[in-house]
Design a protein around this ligand. Sequence first.
Ligand code: SF4
Length: 460
Amino acid sequence: MCGIVGLFAPGRDAARLAYFGLYALQHRGQESAGIAAGDGGTLRSHKEMGLLGAIFNEEILAQLSGHIAVGHTRYSTTGSSIVVNAQPLLERSDIGEFALAHNGNLTNTDELRSLLPVGTVMQASSDTEVLAKLVVESSGTMIERIETAMQKARGAYSIVLCSENELFAFRDPWGVRPLCLGTFDDGGYVVASESCALATVGARYLRDVEAGEVVHVTRDGITSYHVHVKDEFPALCMFEYIYFARPDSKFDNRSIYVARHEMGRRLAREHPVDADCVMAVPDSAVPGGIGYATESGLPYVEGLIKNRYIGRTFISPDQSMRSRGVHLKFNPVVENLRGQRVVVVDDSIVRGTTTPRIVALLREAGAREVHLRITSPPILHPCYLGVDMASYDELIAANYTVEEIRAKTGADSLGYLSLDGLIASTGRKRDEMCLGCLTGVYPTEPAEHERAPHALTRSS
Ligand code: SF4
């Protein structure tokens, strides 16, 4: 999980726009952030650990002058959470310097590393650097080098890359991680992980970058190339629909809000319950909660108020921080809960550490009954493609039955949305999605050693 943005915007301050674009993508990663900018002659960059707002100020942005920029906000899934792994990565090749920012996770990093010349100096420990070195060590134009790297890399990657005078954006042949393209009405282009970032910088959504597509932007305009590999098929991450993406974003012109609202409606039909009200937690579950309330005819209420200045617990990768998080994050609205039979709509149960605390908090506030309704099926398998769900051990649904999970959470009842209900809610076809963590079938299989239970607990 990371957020990326790239701009080619003649006459504009691209780094400043990248900054605001990344602000719209901060939910995708909060460990580090960076921006690289080109002015036609020089490439400059700045990156640090922490939140975007704490890293950049007027003085730093003023040094990143130019009409081209790429930016990144990071949530690590491979490579340690240290500044050397922060992005964009700056690389020097025989055809010039470039900056690269990556969202996703490669599944054949060791194989790719073995293709690099002996003695290749690596600064970082992430899969992103291996991919960047592959571009450096290939031959030909930048487009040819990118195509070579795409032919060799397996796994998930949406990437923005810029030199001092060109912008490239490319997406793996399965299209696992999102990437969309927008334009300014007076000229120039933006690419971003989610369309909410386009709106933030005043750009108009054009379309999603296609799976296996390379977009090249120069002063002469925009050119598109397609790279095909063996076994490719469209496989957008279902979890983007369930949890990650902002509800005001869209994929392939389909609204995330509408999909989540429909998940809630279908959940109400699949798992009705005698209750007094419906609430949702966390924020990403609100459209599903409203959908459940609409379908069931129950009132939608605010049951827990979130302290918005505490980060998302799922995003924070440290376990001790996760367990402390919930008490810092929520405060109950007792007047809406006392004596009530409450339906709580959540979007997923991953580790199952937060849910019992939520249920306990609601009971302490006087809820008479708590009925959990989840707008996704049980998460039974790890993710090898860039989401921090790396081992069977940590997935509660991989180790316990639905009834056992209900008992562990302390809820009166528990119901998950069916896989068919989930797929139908997105408006996409089943064979257009990655459903790996739900079904165990992945678009691109990881190398055997990368399947080890803890192999991916900390990487890019
Ligand atoms: S395995 Fe799950 S989380 Fe990972 S890419 Fe596939 S759908 Fe997304």
